[in-house]
Write a protein that binds this ligand. Structure first.
Ligand code: ATP
Ligand code: MG
Length: 286
């Protein structure tokens, strides 16, 4: 039987990327630090209050995941995160029958758990998911708000507080990996970019403990590197990389070395591009 897994197989999937995991942000947890860039917190709260699903678009390391974890904690909702990939099946989200001590028992997947609990379900990199997965989302993301489970014959209405949040990076999209209009048009969407310089300085400094003066230098460097996107590098230096770099400097690493290991090397393997980036670093950081 195709959809009956053994206990151990599903446990393995649950700890890997397959079944997704709760992120431990249950009710009562203090929200992690998130510095808003615009009105995104108000949009999230309004979408949640009005039972609308939300799509977050933006480059890697710009704060999408942090934002969702922060908002889930602020709204007091548990969070179930699923990292989507092209092997993720609808059963990984919804659930499957398990063989347990000779008996067959149904085990909810992360989406079903969130629907029953009134939690927030976060589908990270949703464009990677197979088409059969996105179709499962349709009755949940329009005004029906139900999750039909073919295998058990159940049709579960989403509990109050349930919200579906999905994210993806439009920069990596190819024609085969786009969301169908019928899926996209079920979501309210926010575009994320890198924060304005002054904000990003605050974020990098707060996250790493590095003083704002040196954080400002890193942000200025990142702005210059981001301007090269599409020419020599696929993506600009993310806020995440700046936080890594600032953390190493705060720990005592020389600035030049920290920039090399936390910004230049992660960005490219190409020797010429690396040289060009090092020249840029020298020009900005002196
Ligand atoms: N507005 C912000 N407030 C606080 N921290 C931020 C903010 N934006 C970015 N960060 C920092 O940047 C790091 C990376 O952000 P995050 O993991 O949320 O990126 P992401 O957009 O989910 O990236 P990916 O698409 O690769 O998953 C965070 O761990 C945090 O340190
Ligand atoms: Mg993320």
């Amino acid at each position: 039987m195709k959809d009956i897994a053994t206990d151990s197989a599903t446990d393995a999937a649950a700890t890997g990327s397959g079944m997704g995991t709760g992120m431990g942000t249950g009710t009562g947890t203090a929200p992690p630090f998130y510095l808003p860039v615009g009105d995104e917190c108000a949009v999230f709260a309004a979408a949640h209050a009005n039972r609308l699903p939300l799509l977050l678009k933006g480059p890697t390391g710009c704060g999408k995941t942090r934002f969702v974890v922060h908002m889930a904690a602020r709204l007091g909702r548990p969070l179930h995160t699923v990292a989507c990939h092209d092997d993720l099946s609808a059963a990984d989200l919804i659930g499957r029958y398990l063989l347990k001590g000779g008996e067959t028992v149904w085990m909810d997947g992360p989406l079903t758990r969130a629907v029953r609990e009134g939690a927030i379900c976060y589908l990270d990199e949703v464009v990677e998911a197979r088409k059969d997965v996105t179709v499962v989302l349709h009755p949940l993301t329009d005004d029906r708000r139900i999750l039909p489970i073919d295998r058990t014959g159940e049709e579960i209405p989403a509990a109050a507080g349930f919200m579906l949040v999905a994210s993806y990076n439009p920069g990596y999209q190819n024609l085969l990996k786009t969301l169908k209009p019928s899926t996209r048009q079920r979501f309210v969407a926010i575009e994320f970019g890198f924060p304005p310089e002054a904000r990003e300085v605050q974020i990098v400094s707060a996250e790493s403990g590095l003083d704002e003066e040196r954080a400002r230098l890193l942000v200025r460097l990142a702005t210059k590197i981001r301007a090269l996107k599409g020419q020599d590098i696929e993506e600009g230096a993310s806020t995440r990389l700046l936080v890594y770099c600032a953390t190493l400097i705060r720990e005592g690493m020389a600035m030049e070395r920290a920039i090399s290991v936390a910004i230049v090397e992660p960005l490219t393997d190409d020797a010429d591009t690396r040289r060009g980036l090092h020249d840029l670093v020298a020009a900005v950081c002196g």
